[in-house]
Design a protein around this ligand. Structure first.
Ligand code: NDP
Length: 281
């Protein structure tokens, strides 16, 4: 029987610590962390995420600004909005909700954010800092995974870590974070040969492929720590991870459920990054 890693309760704990530290920051130095979330268009999933981020800011005692624009917004206008936020002293974190409508160049938009306000950790400056071992803001989902491992006292140093998925927001930054904590890291993707052989080597196995229940029991070593990043919907509308939980749980030493595992950590780490951006001033 694996220990079920309770991401919901760790996320609540992290958020309540941030709330306390925010009170102290306000009292001690008169600084209130401020987060601006920019949404372009009316993608329903993005709207839900933005609402969640606003609620988290309010709960943490942050200043929260929500800027919502129609899908037809011109790129030059969006760049103007970001430039204003870059120069607004009350705002310490800027997040542009992705994906953006097709006519907008996401790279150019992300690169226009002042890197020290890029609390998503997507700006090339932050990516470069992570890769060069001098991290500033780190991508929230992988940072949340490291936080979960730490809070459950799961050692990383010297471990074989295997990540399935090489996206710029999860797989790649997580590889760097685990490497900086002295794991031996393998990153797999769709061209990886003999995937099951590779995943069976893992002491820490992270599934971030976006493929419902692709990690089967036969792909997991006994005693492995299994982290499931996947959020997928079955045809019946059920939420499924990338890990076949029922097969894998009896083999694993620790496992994250979906929902309630990695998911809630992303917003918690966004609060941490925004707090740090304000606290570092
Ligand atoms: P992407 O689609 O950007 O990347 C998926 C990666 O998985 C790619 O590198 C792809 O390989 C690899 N992959 C896909 N299928 C296979 C396969 N059969 N075998 C091996 N590798 C495979 O996804 P994201 O990183 O954005 O997200 C991954 C999952 O995590 C999704 O379910 C997403 O919803 C979820 N997610 C959850 C978050 C949260 O909990 N807060 C935050 C972000 C994501 P290749 O590069 O070769 O195409």
């Amino acid at each position: 029987m694996a220990v079920i890693i309770d991401g919901k309760s760790v996320a609540e704990q992290v958020r309540s610590e941030i709330r306390e530290r925010t009170l102290l920051l306000k009292e001690g130095r008169g600084i209130q962390p401020g987060l601006a979330v920019v949404l372009v268009g009316d993608d329903p999933a993005s709207r839900i995420y933005v609402r969640g981020k606003k609620a988290a800011c309010e709960q943490a005692g942050f200043l929260s600004r929500e800027l919502i624009f129609p899908a037809e917004l011109k790129e030059s206008d969006l760049l103007g909005v970001i430039s204003e936020l870059n120069n607004d002293d009350r705002i310490h974190g800027i997040l542009v909700q992705l994906p953006l409508p097709k006519h907008l160049d996401s790279d150019r938009i992300v690169e226009s954010i002042e890197p020290r306000k890029d609390v998503d950790g997507f700006h090339p400056w932050n990516v470069g800092k992570l890769f060069s071992g001098t991290a500033y803001h780190m991508s929230c989902t992988p940072l949340g995974i490291i936080e979960l491992l730490d809070r459950y006292h799961i050692g990383i140093e010297g471990k074989e870590a295997v990540i399935v998925g090489r996206s710029a927001i999860v797989g790649k930054p997580l590889a760097m974070m685990l490497l900086s904590r002295h794991a031996t890291v393998t990153v797999c993707h769709t061209r990886t040969r003999e995937l099951a052989e590779v995943t069976r080597r893992a002491d820490i196995l992270v599934a971030a492929a976006g493929q419902p229940e692709m990690i089967r029991g036969s792909m997991v070593k006994e005693g492995a720590v299994v982290i499931d990043v996947g959020i997928n919907r079955s045809p019946e509308g059920k939420l499924l991870g990338d890990v076949a939980f029922r097969e894998v749980e009896p083999l694993a030493s620790h496992i994250t459920p979906v929902p309630g595992g990695v998911g809630p950590m992303t917003i918690a780490m966004l609060m941490v990054n925004t707090f740090n951006a304000a606290n570092r001033l």
